[in-house]
Design a protein around this ligand. Structure first.
Ligand SMILES: *Cc1c(COP(=O)(O)O)cnc(C)c1O
Length: 440
């Protein structure tokens, strides 16, 4: 086994310890690896979303307008590109078209967690209804909205441990589908998130300690009781596949926007990473569909670069950020995770191009820059990806990546997609605090 600290190299290790923003390139990464030999099939999740659309349109008023389809806009952000070059960070301007993938306005949950959360809740609802003889295997899923089925689901608890957004998603989606929903949160989770859940009759259990403690006790409670289903953010395949299904949606949107993806038109995607399920699932889905033409980079807080240290360590043994002297303290509560998912990190060892880190001040500042440039308001965690194109195009390491993979000559035909991951449910007074900190 390689010593994680040795694997990082002295320069990166020192940068991480000093919490300096940096770009790290995955040394083993081979863009032609498309992950198709791995045993996870995103098309099954797409099919589930399809057959459950009628159900979702009936149960969630927010989804009626799209006939029950969960999707978010892909928005051009030409002004952001210009605005970011005036805030004094590394590098020159960039070529290609910039887009923001607006998962910050996904219905019901207001974050990327809607994708994984809806999928896992639907997997469970289908299975329980079938086991109880209330639904045929190929029966109309809209039946799950009927009182007799909801009463059955209501005897079961959907539970989760969360820093915030996964709790919001599972709570709101679970309760919407008729489950009893219980959310285990760390006591430092944002007050408005707890309030919002409680106001919907969802049980919130608070735990001292961090996210890991909330997860551990939620998991333990579920082990004692077969009527509790625990959504395990660290190892859930259902969450992972729900996220992976987003790849097809992005591809359809790029096609509609006349942005081809091929050797002459590479796609770069920048994804904020917490435990890794959401960005990992999306990366996996994209690599399966686009192979060498898509390049995915994660964005992590300087205090919590858990996927970076896990993948860089070259080991499957857990490597928490504490091992290199970091404290996992960040205002980006969607990304405040000290240990990467053991399901996702081995997959990312193969498919991820690199990781860049972002300090908290920059998250708030960039969120404000985005709001001023494009009129789009997101939460700090969701702003983590905004520096992605600048790192790639304007830093020595980024340029080295482009050269290594013969991308420099085709960069003007590239499409840059920054994945925005949360914000729609943030109350106005909290938004005002975000703005004030961003303007500091
Ligand atoms: C959860 C979350 C992420 C990252 O997802 P993980 O699956 O934890 O990696 C990014 N942004 C926001 C706003 C989130 O809530």
């Amino acid at each position: 086994m390689m010593d994680p600290q040795e694997a990082l190299g002295p320069e990166t290790l020192q940068g991480l310890r000093e919490k300096r923003a940096l770009l790290w390139l995955s040394p083993e990464h081979d863009p032609t690896d498309d992950g198709r030999d791995l045993p996870y099939d995103p098309s099954a999740a797409q099919a589930r979303f399809e057959r459950c659309a009628g159900l979702l349109a009936r149960v969630f008023p927010e989804l009626a307008a799209t006939d029950g389809r969960l999707s978010s806009p892909l928005t051009p952000i030409p002004h952001l590109r210009q605005a970011l070059s005036s805030v004094g960070e590394p590098g020159a301007g960039s070529e290609g078209a910039w887009f923001l993938k607006r998962d910050d306005i996904l219905p019901v949950a207001g974050s990327v967690k809607a994708r994984g959360g809806f999928h896992e809740a639907l997997v469970l609802a289908e299975r329980l209804a079938q086991e109880a003889g209330l639904l045929d295997e190929d029966g109309d899923r809209a039946r799950l909205a009927e009182p007799s089925v909801r009463e059955h689901l209501g005897r079961h608890t959907l539970s989760v441990g969360s820093t915030g957004n996964l709790g919001l998603a599972i709570g709101l989606i679970g309760a919407g589908l008729g489950f009893h929903a219980v959310v285990h949160m760390s006591s430092d989770a944002k007050a408005w998130k707890k309030d919002r859940l409680r106001s919907r009759g969802i049980t919130v259990v608070e735990h001292a300690g961090d996210y890991a403690a909330a997860v551990a006790s939620g998991r333990a409670a579920a082990r004692q009781d077969p009527l509790i289903h625990f959504v395990d953010d660290e190892r859930s395949e259902a969450l992972f596949l729900g996220y992976a299904a987003a790849a097809r949606e992005l591809l359809d949107q790029l096609r509609a926007a006349r942005r081809p993806v091929d050797a002459a038109h590479p796609l770069f995607v920048y994804l904020p990473c917490g435990v890794g399920g959401a960005p990992g699932g999306i990366t996996y889905g994209l690599k399966r569909l686009l192979g060498p033409h898509v390049h995915c980079f994660f964005a992590e807080p300087t205090a919590s670069p858990c996927m970076l240290v896990q993948v860089a360590s070259g080991t499957q043994a857990p490597v928490p950020v504490h091992d290199i002297g970091l404290d996992n303290r960040t205002e980006a509560d969607g990304l405040a995770v000290g240990l990467a998912s053991p399901l996702v990190s081995p997959i990312m060892s193969r498919l991820l191009a690199g990781v860049f880190t972002v300090d908290d001040d920059t998250l708030f500042r960039d969120a404000l820059v985005l709001e001023q440039a494009e009129g789009i308001s997101i939460e700090p965690s969701a702003a983590a990806g905004l520096r992605g194109p600048r790192w790639l195009l304007g830093s020595p390491r980024g340029r080295r990546y482009l050269q290594r993979h013969d991308l420099t000559p085709v960069i003007s035909g590239a499409t840059q997609v920054i994945w925005s991951t949360g914000g729609a449910l943030v109350p106005e007074d909290v938004r005002a605090q975000f703005r004030a900190r961003g303007a500091r």
